[in-house]
Design a protein around this ligand. Structure first.
Ligand SMILES: NC(=O)c1ccc[n+]([C@@H]2O[C@H](COP(=O)([O-])OP(=O)(O)OC[C@H]3O[C@@H](n4cnc5c(N)ncnc54)[C@H](OP(=O)(O)O)[C@@H]3O)[C@@H](O)[C@H]2O)c1
Length: 338
C-alpha cells in the first residue's frame, strides 16, 4: 500500500494537469459482470487520494447508469476531478449485441443534456465522440461539439477510435484535447496513424483497455471458465476458443519482468503504456478500469516502474502474435478507415 501521489501530465495543449493515470469507471456499472457499489465507491475515493484525477465514463455504459452512479462522487469532489464522458453510442436494451452510432447535431444536443442531467453537473470537463458515424462529416460533428464549448456545457473536446486523418480534420474546427483509443501490449494499431498525428497537434493520448480488458494481468486462460454469464468478454475473440490459451502463453516475458521488478504482470503492462509517452513524445494518460481499492493502489504503483530499453525490447514481439481481433465486430472501430 502506498500513499504517494502519482505524477501529472497535461490534458491537451493549454489544458489542465491531471494525474498521469486516470480511472476507467465503465466496469462499475457495465460489461464486466457483477458489481459491488460500495467497493466501487471506495475505489473512486482511493484513486483520488493517490492523485488520480481523470475519471472516465460514457452515456452508453449501462444506458446512463454509470453516469448516475458516479454523480455523487463527482459532486463531492467537483474541484479535484476531471469528468470525462462520451456520446455517439447506444445499445438497444432488447438487443445488447447491437450498437447504434450517431454523430448528428440533434442527437449530440440531446445526448449532452441527458449526460448533464444524469451527472447533475453544470459542465462536462472533457466530452468525447465515442464512435465515428461515417455518414456525418467529422467537421460537422466537431462543429456541434465546439458550439457546446461556446455555450459553456463542455470544457474540452475528445475523440475516440478515430484515424490520424480524422483527428487532423477535426482539429481544423476546434482544438482536440484528447484521443481515447485502445493501446496496450496487445493492441498497438494506433501507433501508425493517430499517435503521430496526436504528437504533431499537441493532443494527449488516453489509452483505453491498457490491461487488455484484464487479460494482461494474467487472470485468464479460459473465458468460459473464468468469466460470468453476463460478461461482455465472453464474446470477445481474444478471450474465446483457442485464442485465450494462445494469448496467455504470450505473457511469459511480462511475467519474467514482473518477477525481476517485484511487480505484478498488470503493473508491467501499465508501465509499458506509460512509457509510450517518452517513446512517442506526447502526453499519455492511460485509464485502467478497476472496481477494487487494492487494485487502484497496485495500478497507480505502475507509474513508478521504469523499464529499460532491453526490457522494452523483450516485450516488443508480443502484439503481432496476439490471436483474435480487438472486438467481435471490427466495423465498430477505426480499423477499417485507416
Ligand atoms: N472509448 C472506448 O471505446 C472504450 C472502450 C472500452 C473501455 N473504455 C474505457 O477504458 C476503461 C478501461 O478499459 P477496460 O476496463 O475495458 O479494460 P482494462 O483497464 O484493460 O481492464 C479492466 C479489467 O481488468 C481488471 N483489473 C484492473 N486492475 C487489475 C489488477 N491490478 N489486477 C487484476 N485485474 C485487474 C478489472 O477488474 P476489476 O474491475 O474487477 O478490478 C477489469 O476486469 C473503461 O473503464 C472505460 O472507461 C473506453
Amino acid at each position: 500500500m502506498t500513499d504517494s501521489r502519482i505524477p501529472t501530465a497535461r490534458l491537451g495543449a493549454g489544458g489542465p494537469e491531471v494525474g498521469v493515470q486516470g480511472l476507467g469507471c465503465m466496469g462499475m456499472s457495465f460489461a464486466y459482470g457483477p458489481t459491488d457499489a460500495d467497493a466501487s465507491r471506495a475505489t473512486l475515493e482511493r484513486a483520488l487520494e493517490l492523485g488520480v484525477t481523470l475519471y472516465d465514463t460514457a452515456d452508453a455504459y449501462g444506458a446512463g447508469e454509470n453516469e448516475r452512479f458516479l454523480s455523487p462522487f463527482f459532486k463531492a469532489h467537483r474541484d479535484e476531478v476531471v469528468v470525462a464522458t462520451k456520446f455517439a453510442l447506444s445499445i438497444p436494451p432488447d438487443d445488447p449485441t447491437r450498437r447504434i452510432i450517431r454523430n448528428d447535431a440533434p442527437y449530440i444536443r440531446e445526448a449532452v443534456e441527458a449526460s448533464l442531467r444524469r451527472l447533475d453537473l453544470d459542465v462536462i470537463d472533457l466530452y468525447y465522440m465515442h464512435r465515428r458515424d461515417v455518414n456525418v462529416p467529422i467537421e460537422e460533428t466537431v462543429g456541434v461539439m465546439a458550439d457546446l464549448v461556446r455555450e459553456g456545457k463542455v470544457k474540452q473536446l475528445g475523440l475516440s477510435e478515430v484515424t490520424g486523418d480524422e483527428l487532423r480534420a477535426a482539429q481544423t474546427v476546434h482544438p482536440i484535447a484528447a484521443v481515447q483509443s485502445e493501446w496496450s501490449l496487445f493492441s498497438r494499431d494506433i501507433e501508425a496513424g493517430v499517435v503521430p498525428a496526436a504528437r504533431e497537434l499537441g493532443v494527449t493520448l488516453v489509452p483505453y483497455s491498457p490491461l487488455g480488458r484484464g487479460f494482461l494481468t494474467g487472470s485468464f486462460t479460459d473465458a468460459e471458465q473464468d468469466l460470468t454469464d453476463g460478461d461482455f468478454r465472453r464474446q470477445q475473440p481474444r478471450f474465446t476458443g483457442g485464442n485465450a490459451a494462445a494469448n496467455a502463453a504470450l505473457l511469459a516475458p511480462v511475467r519474467a519482468l514482473a518477477e525481476a521488478h517485484g511487480a505484478t504482470l498488470g503493473q508491467i503492462a501499465l508501465a509499458w503504456v506509460q512509457q509510450r509517452a517518452r517513446i512517442h513524445d506526447l502526453p499519455v494518460v492511460p485509464i485502467p478500469g478497476t472496481r477494487k481499492p487494492t487494485r487502484v493502489e497496485e495500478n497507480t504503483g505502475a507509474t513508478r516502474i521504469v523499464l529499460t530499453e532491453t526490457e522494452l525490447s523483450a516485450l516488443e514481439p508480443i502484439a503481432e502474435k496476439v490471436a483474435g481481433d480487438r472486438y467481435a465486430d471490427m466495423t465498430f472501430t477505426s480499423a477499417g478507415r485507416e
